[in-house]
Design a protein around this ligand. Structure first.
Ligand code: ADP
Ligand code: MG
Length: 260
């Protein structure tokens, strides 16, 4: 782990899992807003062509002329694309055009390094940069894992939840070997967790034991509040600040802030 003396610039945290629907986007939005509410300067980066993070922060991706795509292909500087949201976090948004970017980047030099290099331009502006990854292990996820020092893996504790974890850790291994030796895995964050079921606890135990991963506490409880919040373009931290789901994310955010 880095110490205060060796650390420079923001903490960059990638939230990744190639499985869809495990609460990557919810986690990025909720942790980001919780950190901003504690006074941190936070940038959220939407790397998913579905642009759910962008949408959930009250920005309509279809109305945008510029997105993270323009930054990755090098046609715009990151400062030109960052938006200020109503949630006190800054956003490097996605649009649907990001879907072709994976292909475009594949033939571009330095594809895995482009996000890291772009984010260096705003390193002095932020304490935390959170990256919302797409549900794949392609170039965009590789770029995200090359930018950050830390990886957080949200996980729903279902029977087949761990099928993808090994693959993700293989990618981590490759990223460490080739593009980012400092990449560290913070651990798995259980999301939509129902601790009353023995099943959920058993799956979590199996995953942590097989892969030697830490479990980030507290687990995020399963609640319909999370499905409702993005429809208002606001996170649960704003719409239901005292809800146990909001409290859980705030606790995780406090742990991350304290770990700096
Ligand atoms: P991903 O980004 O991994 O695809 P999302 O964050 O978009 O996942 O979440 C997928 C769905 O699960 C969304 O409808 C979201 O509202 C819902 N969800 C997220 N967290 C929870 C939770 N703790 N309890 C219940 N539903 C949740
Ligand atoms: Mg998502």
């Amino acid at each position: 782990p880095r110490t205060a003396e060796t650390r420079s610039g923001p903490r960059v945290l990638a939230v990744a899992n190639q499985k869809g629907g495990v609460a990557k986007t919810t986690t990025v939005a909720s942790l980001g807003v919780a950190m901003a509410q504690r006074g941190a300067h936070v940038l959220l980066v939407d790397l998913d062509p579905q642009a759910s993070l962008t949408f959930s922060l009250g920005v309509d991706p279809e109305e945008l002329d510029l997105s993270v795509r323009d930054v990755l292909v090098g046609s715009k500087s990151v400062q030109d694309v960052i938006l200020v949201t109503d949630e006190a976090v800054h956003l490097l948004p996605a649009t649907i055009e990001l879907a072709q970017t994976e292909e475009t980047l594949a033939s571009m030099t330095g594809r895995e390094q482009r996000l890291r290099v772009a984010l260096e331009q705003v390193a002095d502006d932020y304490d935390w940069i959170l990256l919302d990854c797409p549900p794949s292990l392609g170039v965009l996820t590789a770029a995200a894992l090359t930018a950050p020092t830390d990886l957080l893996i949200p996980l729903q504790c279902e029977t087949l939840a761990h099928r993808g974890v090994g693959q993700l850790l293989d990618t981590v291994h490759d990223v460490r070997a080739f593009t980012n030796p400092d990449l560290s895995v913070i651990g798995v964050l259980p999301t939509a967790y129902d601790g009353r079921t023995r099943h959920a606890r058993a799956v979590l135990e199996a995953i942590t034991e097989s892969y030697g991963l830490e479990v980030v506490e507290p687990p995020i409880p399963r609640t319909v509040r999370f499905a409702e919040a993005p429809a208002y373009g606001r996170s649960i931290l704003q719409t239901a600040a005292t809800h146990r789901g909001a409290i859980a994310y705030r606790d995780v955010a406090d742990r991350l802030l304290a770990s700096t």
